[in-house]
Structures are given as C-alpha cells and as structure tokens.
Design a protein around this ligand. Structure first.
Ligand code: 3BY
Ligand code: FES
Ligand code: FE
Length: 429
C-alpha cells in the first residue's frame, strides 16, 4: 500500500469552524488535530466544559479544620474552598468585592477571617462582608459578600461548578457513587503527599491516556505489578492458551472480589454512565495481582491503619472515573486521587494526592516512598506519553486513528461525551 501524501496546502487553508469539526467527527476514531492544538477550541473547552460542568478539585481533608482554605485556579478563575465555623464547605471567587484584588495567595492557608491585603475589607468564612472602613453611611455590607461558587461534596470528593445553574444530575452521580466510596471514609483521612505534574499536552490527551491500559504493559512496569494485564479488555479470541487462562483467572477473581465486598456491605458491581449523562461517571472494583491488597510495588498494603471501618486488606482497587477531569483509586489502606486542569492548549496540570487514615503515623504505619512510588513512576511515564501524543497531533501528517474495540472503549466514551457536550452548547447559541 502506498502511504497517502501529506496535503501541502493543509496548513495554508482557513481553519475549520468548531461547529464543522464537531459535525464531521468520525465515531470510533481519535479527534482531529485542532481539538488538541487550536487556541479557539481551547477557549471553547474552557467556556463550555470547564465553566459549565462539575469540576473535581480536591478532597475534604484538604481543608480539615474551620478557617482552612485551599485555592484552586481554573484558567483565569481563582476559587477559594473554605471550611466554615460550622464545619461546612464553602467555595467563593478569590476576588475582593471592593476593587477586585486577589484575596488568598497561598494554595493552602488557615485564617480567622478572609482579609484583603489592599484596603482590609474583611469577609467571614461564609463569604459575608464583615468590615469595610471609610465607606460612608449609605454603604450596604450585605450587597458586597464574596461571589459564591457551587460546591458539591460527594463522599469527600469536592466538585465545584462555575456556572450559575450547574448540571442537576450531580445528585444522580452522588447517589450512585456514595455506596462505593463511603467505606473508605475520606473525611477521616489526611493528604500526605500532593504532586503537581505539568504535562506537555492538551487536557483531553491527559484524559484519554487515563482511559485505557492498552499502553500499560510496555510503559508501566511499576503499575503492572499490581494490575492485571488481562483485566483491561483483551479478547479471548486474540490471545494464546496462556492468555486465555489468565483471562479466566482474572474473571473469577473479579467475581470473588465483588461477592466478598457485597458480603461486607460495600457496593462493588461495575456502574457506568460515562457517556449518557451530563455529569458522567463510572466505578469498578478491580482485583489486584499477587497479594491483592494495594497498588504498591509488593502489592501489600502501604499503610498499617486501614481506612474507615474496613477490616479486610484484600479489597483490590476501587477505580472511579468522572467526566471531564478526574479519576481515583480507593484501596483498603490508601487513596490516590487525580485532578486534571487545563493550563493552555498544549499544557495541562495533573494534580495527584495520596491519602491515608488521619491517625496513621509516618515511619510507623507507613513509609511515604513506598506509598507513592507506583503512581509517581506511572504519572511520569504517562506525562511523557501525553507529550508524544501532543507532538504527533501537531504534525501536518496527523490524522484521526482508530480506537481498539477491546481496550479503548473508555477513551471513546470520553471523546463521545466531550463532542456531545460541545455540540449541545453550540446548538443552543
Ligand atoms: O495508565 C493509566 O493512566 C491508568 C492505569 C490503569 C488504567 N489507567 C486508568
Ligand atoms: Fe480589596 Fe480594596 S481591593 S479591600
Ligand atoms: Fe498510563
């Protein structure tokens, strides 16, 4: 077969509109290059996806005590997540209502009230303006509270939405996911490590990379110790007898794990609404290989204190995926949680947090290096792969390629969800 020559004029013609790129999207294939490189599409992604959907930003133990604040930036919006005096979680725009100065500057801090450095306007942890000097007798503090941002705490995972009317189906997701996540008791954990990794790629390539393990066996030697190579969709028709035996063994382990979890009152059956909801999600309990306990190099728990009321160390890993920007692994002894935030068309922040029981003591109950080593290595490998995918998407020779029907189903669910959400909003205009 002769390779198709690259059209010389491709770079000179006028760029296609977002509407036409969305209309001609070929199902079963990766997206066209512009979705990964165009500043206009990046802007549309921010406007449509990141400003109108529920975005995962962190966990309850990021702000454990009254007065604790965490700042999260989504493009130009800076948001304060605060724990108020009644232990409630609040989210506000990090913008003073006087002349607009940024209020909180550190990613994490603890305050009595939120005080603007510029002219000392002072806000309570519920966002109300408590004090503003020299504003005259007619000034109404009641009209100048901080602008609220919608926040939904789903069993300890914090989602925010910048829209005035956020998608209501977050309630369906919360109802469905809580029975899976609750036994891991996020509220009684602590964040013992956070790593921000900048990936040299569009945010959708970071998400797509997460949604398949086609690339795992060759690229992730550390991750393939706990994960089953055959657990990610290989078909019995395309493997040899050894592979067929491994698939059968994996399937019987899934069955056994689901039954054991359910006997302990924990939700365990796979649930998937990644592409048929505005707030898409999926949960699946995956057995872990060898000792079966945790995503560590020796597959044994990294922390001696198990989470919540969990008594059985051998629970495999509960994986939870949400659209558009998160995934999480919940084990009996620790949790690893990932948030994806776009920085520019070709740069993305992957924020990873590791959580253990709040009473666990470093050096006695857990060794930090042992706890984080699998995902530190895996994230760095994935970051490199995302960079390769971005470099390829930039080339004039790039054209959408076919997804594997056995191992890239969740990638397709992500791109279908994305195209569907973009189309729904563009059609409303
Ligand atoms: O490599 C990743 O990004 C992970 C590993 C398991 C599947 N995928 C979600
Ligand atoms: Fe905040 Fe003036 S800008 S007090
Ligand atoms: Fe990977």
């Amino acid at each position: 077969m002769v390779a198709t020559p690259v059209a010389e004029s491709a770079t000179e013609s006028a760029p296609d509109s977002i509407e036409s790129l969305i209309r001609r999207r070929k199902p079963g294939y990766s997206l066209e290059s512009a979705f990964y490189t165009s500043p206009d599409i990046f802007q549309a992604d921010l406007d449509i996806i990141f400003r109108r959907h529920w975005i995962y930003v962190g966990v309850e133990p990021d702000v454990p005590e009254p007065g604790d604040c965490m700042v999260v930036d989504i493009d130009r919006a800076s948001i304060i997540i605060a724990r108020d005096d009644d232990m409630g979680l609040q989210a506000f725009h990090n913008v003073c209502r006087h002349r607009g100065a940024r209020l909180v500057h550190d990613e994490k801090t603890t305050v009595g009230n939120i005080v603007c450095r510029y002219h000392q306007w002072t806000y309570g942890l519920d966002g109300s303006l408590l004090f503003a000097e020299h504003m005259g007798p007619g000034f109404d503090t009641g009209c100048h509270g901080l602008k609220k941002v919608h926040l939904r705490n789903v069993a300890g995972l914090i989602f925010i939405c910048l829209a005035e009317d956020p998608p209501a189906d977050i309630e369906d997701m919360a109802r469905a996911l809580e029975p899976y996540i609750a036994p891991h008791d996020i509220a009684n954990t602590k964040v013992v490590q956070q790593i921000d990794l900048i990936e040299e790629g569009n945010w959708k390539l970071t998400m797509e990379n997460n949604r398949e393990c086609y690339h795992c066996s060759v690229n992730h030697p550390e991750l393939t110790v706990p994960l089953f190579a055959y657990g990610f969709g290989y078909s019995p028709d395309e493997v040899d007898d050894v592979g067929r035996e491994q698939i059968a063994r994996y399937e019987s382990l899934v069955c056994d794990l689901e039954n054991r979890c359910e006997a302990q009152g924990m939700a365990a059956r796979e649930v998937d609404h990644l592409d048929d909801c505005v707030t898409g999600y999926r949960a699946q309990r995956l057995p872990i290989d060898n000792h079966g306990e945790s995503q560590t190099m020796n597959t044994q728990v990294a922390c001696k204190k198990l989470l919540g009321t969990i008594a059985d160390a051998k629970l495999g890993g509960l994986s939870v995926w949400t659209q558009p920007n998160s995934w999480h692994h919940f084990m009996s002894d620790h949790i690893v949680t990932f948030s994806v935030l776009p920085i520019s068309p070709e740069k993305t922040l992957l924020r990873t947090k590791w959580l253990v029981h709040k009473d666990a003591v470093e050096g006695i109950d857990y060794d930090l290096r042992n706890l984080i080593s699998v995902w530190v290595a895996t994230n760095n490998q994935d970051g490199e792969l995302v960079g390769y995918a971005q470099a390829g998407a930039r080339s004039p020779a790039y054209e959408p390629g076919p997804y594997s029907v056995h191992t890239e189903m969740l990638v397709e669910k992500f791109t279908n969800w994305y195209i569907g959400r973009m189309a729904a909003h563009l059609n409303q205009r």
